[in-house]
Design a protein around this ligand. Structure first.
Ligand code: GSH
Length: 224
C-alpha cells in the first residue's frame, strides 16, 4: 500500500490543473516520485482511502504522510525540500500568493468556465465577465517577469496550470480566444515565458488531447 511505503507518491489525473502544478513543483525541486494516474470516473479504492473527505486528486504521500489539496501540497513541498523556493519568504507576500491562488481556483476557474458554457446571460456577457476576472491577473503580472519574480514560483504554477494550460484550452475548443494579446499583453508575455521553462513543458497536458477532454467536460456541464 502506498500509505506504508517510503518515498514520494502522487495520485493525479493527467488533465487536472491541480495535479499538473504539483508535478511542476516536484520536478523543479528534483524530488523523485512515483506517479499514480487516477480514473476520476471510477475512483480507485486507494484514492478513496487516502482522500475520503474530498475524494479528489492530487494527493501526495510522503513517507506514509498523506496530504490532499494542491495549495497545501505545494507549501509542504516547499518547506520540505528547500532548494529552488517557490513561495515568498515575506509573510505578506506569501499570504497574497495564497490569496491570488484562491481567487484563480475558486473564482476564475469554475465560475468563468461554467458560466461561459452555460451562457445563461448570453455568451458575450459570460465572456466579458470571465475577462473581467482575468484582468485582475493582467494587472498583477504587470511589471514582473513571472508571478514569482525572476524565477518560477507557487503562483506561476497555480495560475499557469489553471488558465493557459487548462481553461484557455477549454475555451479554445469553443472557438473563443479568452486571453487575446491586444487585451492581455502582459499575460501573453508571461505565458510565452512559462512555455520556455522546461519543467512547465514537461508537466502540461498535450494541447489537442486536452482540448478534446475539455469538450467532454463542457458537454457534461451543459447536460447537468
Ligand atoms: N481544491 C482542490 C481541488 C482538486 C480537484 O478539484 N480535483 C479534481 C480534478 S481536476 C478532482 O479530483 N475531481 C474529482 C471529483 O470532483 O469527483 C485542490 O486544490 O487540490
Amino acid at each position: 500500500m502506498a500509505k506504508k511505503d517510503g518515498g514520494v507518491k502522487l495520485l493525479g489525473f493527467w488533465a487536472s490543473p491541480f495535479s499538473r502544478r504539483v508535478e511542476m513543483a516536484l520536478k523543479l525541486k528534483g524530488v523523485p516520485y512515483e506517479y499514480l494516474e487516477q480514473d476520476l470516473m471510477n475512483k480507485s479504492p486507494l484514492l478513496l482511502e487516502l482522500n475520503p473527505i474530498f475524494k479528489k486528486v492530487p494527493v501526495l504521500v510522503h513517507n506514509g504522510k498523506i496530504l490532499p489539496e494542491s495549495h497545501l501540497i505545494l507549501e509542504y513541498i516547499d518547506q520540505t525540500w528547500k532548494n529552488n523556493p517557490i513561495l515568498p519568504q515575506d509573510p505578506y507576500e506569501k499570504a497574497m500568493a495564497f490569496f491570488w491562488a484562491k481567487f484563480v481556483d475558486e473564482q476564475v476557474g469554475p465560475t468563468a468556465f461554467k458560466s461561459v458554457i452555460k451562457a445563461e446571460k448570453g455568451i458575450e456577457v459570460a465572456i466579458e465577465e470571465a475577462r473581467e476576472l482575468i484582468m485582475f491577473l493582467e494587472k498583477e503580472i504587470t511589471g514582473k517577469d513571472l508571478f514569482g519574480g525572476k524565477t518560477i514560483g507557487f503562483l506561476d504554477m497555480v495560475v499557469g496550470s489553471m488558465i493557459p494550460f487548462c481553461l484557455a484550452r477549454g475555451w479554445e475548443g469553443m472557438g473563443i480566444d479568452m486571453i487575446p494579446e491586444e487585451k492581455f499583453p502582459e499575460l501573453n508575455r508571461w505565458i510565452k515565458k512559462l512555455n520556455e521553462i522546461e519543467i512547465v513543458r514537461e508537466c502540461i497536458p498535450n494541447r489537442e488531447k486536452q482540448i478534446e477532454h475539455m469538450k467532454n467536460v463542457a458537454k457534461r456541464i451543459k447536460s447537468a
